[in-house]
Write a protein that binds this ligand. Sequence first.
Ligand code: NAD
Length: 357
Amino acid sequence: MADARIVLLPGDGIGPEVIDAASQVLEAVGSEFGHSFRTESHLIGGIAIDETGDPCPSSTVAAAEDADAVLLGAVGGPKWSDPSAKTRPEAGLLHIRRELGLFANLRPVTTWSALVDASPLRRDIVDGVDILFYRELTGGIYFGEATESDDRTTVSNAMTYSVHEIERIVRMAALAARQRRGKLTSVDKANVLAVSRLWRSTTDRVMREEFPDLEYETVLVDAMAMHLLSRPKDFDVVVTGNLFGDILTDEASMLPGSLGLLPSASLGDGGPGLYEPIHGSAPDIAGQGIANPLATILATAMALRHSLSMPDEAHAVETAVERVLDSGMRTADLARGAPYVDTATITAAVTTEIHPG
Ligand code: NAD
C-alpha cells in the first residue's frame, strides 16, 4: 500500500473534463491495488490569469514541487489569445516546466491494433509500433543565445549543449531501454554540426562505459525522418535533442493516427514529473462532455510508472484502455461516422476494466 500525493492542474477548455476522468482512473487503481492517492487541484493557464492575473501562480508551483506527480489537462483558448495581452496561458506551462527542472520529455508512440486503420500509413507498417522518445527539453537551439545585426538583416540562434546535459538525458533513455526491448537509437546531425559531434561522442562514451548490454545505434536526423515512416517498428527508445525531438515526435504522432490517444511526460532529476496529453484545450468541444479522455488516462499510467514506481498499476491502466478500444467503444473523434459515447461512458468502461467493483 502506497500513499501518494498528486497535484491536478485541469487548466482550460476540455482540461477539467479529461482531468476528471484521470482522477476516476486513479481512484479505481487505488481500490484495485490498495493505494491511497491524495489529489488536489491548482490553477494554471487562462483560468489562473482570470483568477489571479498570473498563468502559473506561486501557490501552484509550490504545490507541484511538494507532489509525487503532477497531472495537467491543457491550457489556452480564444478568450486569452489577444496578441496584445500582457501574458498568455501557455506561459504558465513553460514556467512550471522550468521551475520543476523538467529536462526530459518522454513521448510514447504506440499503435493500438483496434485503431490501426486510422493511421494514414499502411497497416503492415504501423501495426505493432512501440517507440518511446526521449527529447531533451531545456537546452539546444530553443534556449541558445539569439543575436541580430544592427540593421536587422542577419539573425542567429545558437544551438548549444554541454556534456552534462547530454549525459543526463542519454542515461535516462538508456535506463528505459533496459526495461523495454534493450535498444537505444540516438539521433543527431554529426556529419554537419559541431554540437551534434559532441552529442555523438558523449552518447558513444556513455553507452560504451555504462550500457554495454544494450543494442545501440546512431542515426542522422534526416535519415530518421524517413525511417520513421518506412520502418517504425525497428525502433525501441529514441533519444535526441530539443529541436530534432520536437519535429520527429510530431511526425511520429501521426503513426497511430489519432491525437486523442497520445500522452507525454516531462521529467527532471528526482523531483515530480509532469504528465499531460499532447492535445490542446479543444475549445470547439469544451463543455459538451464528448472529449476523448484516453490520452490523459494514458498520461496517468505514465505517472504511475515513472513517478510512483508502480509498473503493474500502469500496465493495468494501459490494458484497460486497450480492452475498451478492442470492445469497439469510441469517442466522437475516433468514431468516423459510427455511433460514439461520451467522456463519462468511456471513462466508466476503463475504470470498470481496472476495478470491476
Ligand atoms: P487542440 O489539440 O486543442 O485541438 C485540435 C482538434 O483536435 C480540435 O478539433 C479538437 O476538438 C480536437 N481534439 C483535441 N483533443 C481532443 C480530445 N481529447 N478529444 C476529442 N477531440 C480532441 O489544438 P488547437 O485547436 O490548435 O489548440 C486549442 C488551444 O489549445 C490553443 O489555445 C492552444 O494554444 C492550446 N494548446 C495547448 C496545449 C497544452 O496545453 N499542452 C497543447 C496544444 C495546444
